[in-house]
Design a protein around this ligand. Structure first.
Ligand code: SF4
Length: 108
């Protein structure tokens, strides 16, 4: 971690101690944290975000990571397979359950 961001791979020791159980299983734990923090919105940043999400997709602690990031209010980077816009949308839906799209449409 080079810019003071917190992540599973660059979290401050106090955070690591509290969440070490799941962080030790992070698929990204040995990767460059910068991979998860694309800068800007251009094609290179979009490619970088896709690469980060590809690491997250099979990660066994994806759910814990996403919950932790949303609780901590992280506004940058890819966490739990979601970028900042996707996390904001998820937060919005959590606050407004009526906006949630049902996973299955009931049979009529
Ligand atoms: S979900 Fe992604 S960011 Fe979170 S621990 Fe797994 S690989 Fe890392």
């Amino acid at each position: 971690m080079t810019r003071g961001r917190t992540s599973t791979h660059g979290a401050p020791p106090v955070v690591r101690a509290a969440d070490a159980a799941w962080m030790e299983h992070a698929a990204c734990r040995n990767l460059d944290p910068e991979t998860f923090f694309p800068i800007g919105s251009g094609l290179p940043a979009q490619r970088q975000a896709r690469a980060a999400k590809a690491v997250c997709r099979p990660c066994s602690v994806r759910e814990q990571c996403l919950r932790w990031a949303m609780r901590a209010g992280h506004e940058e980077g890819v966490w739990g397979g979601l970028d900042a816009d996707e996390r904001r949308e998820a937060q919005r839906r959590l606050r407004n359950p009526a906006d949630q799209v049902p996973e299955q449409v009931p049979n009529r």
